[in-house]
Design a binder for this molecule. Structure first.
Ligand SMILES: [Zn+2]
Ligand SMILES: [Zn+2]
Length: 510
């Protein structure tokens, strides 16, 4: 597809329009240094008004140059271009994995594909070539890589909807650019460089329309080139794509999907919250003036934040014990003191862990409990819960044929966390048994050969605790896992998770 676009470009590209904006902004040649080229464009785009851009574009074009039939042709050309693009983008989105693959890519890879897209669009058949970038403030690396790459997917979705719609013309709206929709010709009254003898037009209505058509073409070409670059990497299993494909192929789809989802909600920096009322500056809105405890700031170089003097006073009875002596905050959700600050408030796993009982501001895996229960447990599950409550270091109790309890204890901290959070759900919400199969599969692998235990004994116990259908569910999960190799669901989940989010080393702090 890439080469077809280029051939097209050489045929159709009009030679008559030398670069204006790239010259004005003194943009580095893309062939020399693509990163510099891109950065300079971002700065240029951020510092220009739509009127500035239109002014440059109408330096050589004015409304008198376009006849109604020229315009009709240009609109037709855009439509003929938009239909197949909408088709391709829709197919990619409907395939169900494309957005997940994209989101799981690391930022450097995402950036590479975006740059490929920008390069392709700049070389494509538009009137102004790379100068069209000045018309597309939404198509920048920083915009498209925002929220872990969600910016790219959001715009792609938008473009596929608008390009595929029956609206005529199907222009992607942009309020910044639309400010230039009805401006007088800034060159009116001056001699035109194109046709000195001809009276140039006073309005810029048609130039604006032509620019808008090219703006949309540029955006279309951008998505064509960037998605082709991604698809190329998938088909060729390129280096940067390997990890992601491994995750997609070796975990159940929803694991990859939920990982991708979590990534889009990652915070880039910790929140500031009032240590007393927990509000953020955004919660308070205009006029928010946060302050820090000056003693902690000078003595410890540590920020304890307050939204107001009254909040600081109210909190003094608590804070005074540590003030100036120890770096202590409550570790409110999303703040620097929250070891999971990068995870959004809506991430269920992070929330579960945040809400765990804490000691000295830190939660302990040991305290991921099994109570209180919302509902009625089976007598066997009730006994399990009582034993786990009484022995907080045990992860589970299995019973031999003669009824003798065997303590199951997990050493691996990551596995312990996943096991215990799952255990927490199945023990406190008896109607939700979805997590039991992962617990069962894991215990079967590690404990089936333990003296006095066997597969059958363990499965029977789980059925007594959580219902007769559990054995079948566990076996089903085992079958899925065996297709991948020897790791259980919990083990695979841990490996994949840490590939993307780093190791669970923070658990070792506990
Ligand atoms: Zn406050
Ligand atoms: Zn203090």
């Amino acid at each position: 597809m890439g080469s077809a676009t280029k051939d097209h470009a050489t045929v159709e590209k009009p030679g008559g329009f030398p670069s204006l904006l790239s010259k004005k902004f003194n943009i580095t040649d893309i062939k020399q240094d693509v990163l510099k080229w891109d950065q300079e464009w971002e700065v240029a785009i951020a510092s220009s008004t739509a009127a500035d851009v239109l002014k440059e574009m109408s330096r050589r074009l004015d409304d008198s140059l376009f006849t109604p039939s020229d315009m009709e042709l240009l609109y037709k050309g855009l439509r003929n271009f938009q239909n197949p693009i909408a088709d391709i983008l829709r197919k990619l989105l409907n395939n169900g994995h494309f957005d997940t693959v994209w989101l799981l890519l690391d930022a450097a890879e995402q950036k590479r594909h975006v740059l490929e897209g920008l390069k392709g669009a700049s070389e494509a058949a538009t009137i102004w070539g790379q100068d069209c970038r000045a018309l597309c403030p939404e198509v920048t690396v920083s915009n498209l890589l925002s929220q872990g790459g969600k910016g790219f997917i959001d715009l792609l979705t938008r473009v596929s909807e608008i390009f595929g719609s029956s609206i005529e013309p199907a222009f992607l709206p942009n309020s910044w650019w639309e400010q230039a929709s009805n401006l007088p010709n800034p060159w009116w009254g001056q001699a035109s460089d194109v046709s000195p003898r001809k009276q140039i037009s006073q309005s810029t209505k048609l130039v604006f329309e032509v620019a808008t058509i090219n703006r949309n073409k540029f955006i279309g070409h951008f998505f064509l080139s960037s998605t082709m670059s991604i698809v190329h990497d998938i088909t060729n299993r390129s280096e940067g794509m390997k990890e992601v494909l491994h995750i997609m192929e070796n975990t159940q789809g929803y694991v990859a999907r939920s990982l991708a989802q979590v990534k889009t909600t990652f915070r880039e920096k910790p929140l500031i919250r009032c240590e007393n009322c927990t509000k953020t500056p955004e919660d308070i809105g205009q006029g928010a003036r946060f302050m820090v405890c000056s003693v902690c700031k000078t003595k410890l170089k540590f920020g304890v934040h307050y939204c107001s003097q009254s909040c600081q006073q109210e909190h003094w009875s608590v804070h005074k014990k540590a003030c100036g002596k120890k770096k202590v905050t409550q570790g409110l959700s999303g703040t620097k003191g929250d070891s999971l600050w990068a995870f959004s408030d809506s991430d269920p796993v992070a929330n579960l862990m945040r809400n765990l009982p804490k000691k000295d501001g830190r939660f302990t895996l040991r305290d991921i409990g099994v109570n209180p229960c919302k509902g009625k447990r089976s007598p066997a599950a009730e006994r399990q819960a009582e034993m786990l409550e009484a022995d907080k270091d045990a992860d589970y109790f299995l019973f031999t044929a003669s009824g003798k309890p065997v303590r199951f204890v997990i050493d691996d901290l990551g596995a312990k966390m996943i096991f215990r959070t799952n255990r927490g759900v199945v023990m406190t919400q008896p109607t939700d048994t979805t997590g039991v199969n992962a617990l069962g599969e894991y215990m079967l692998k590690l404990m089936s050969n333990y003296p006095g235990l066997s597969r059958d004994i363990i499965l029977k116990q789980l059925c007594a605790e959580f219902g007769e259908d559990i054995a079948e569910k566990v076996v089903q999960l085992e079958r899925v896992s065996q297709k991948r190799g020897t790791d259980t669901f919990i083990e695979t989940w841990l490996k994949d998770w840490s590939k993307i989010f780093g190791s669970f080393s923070w658990l070792k702090l506990l």
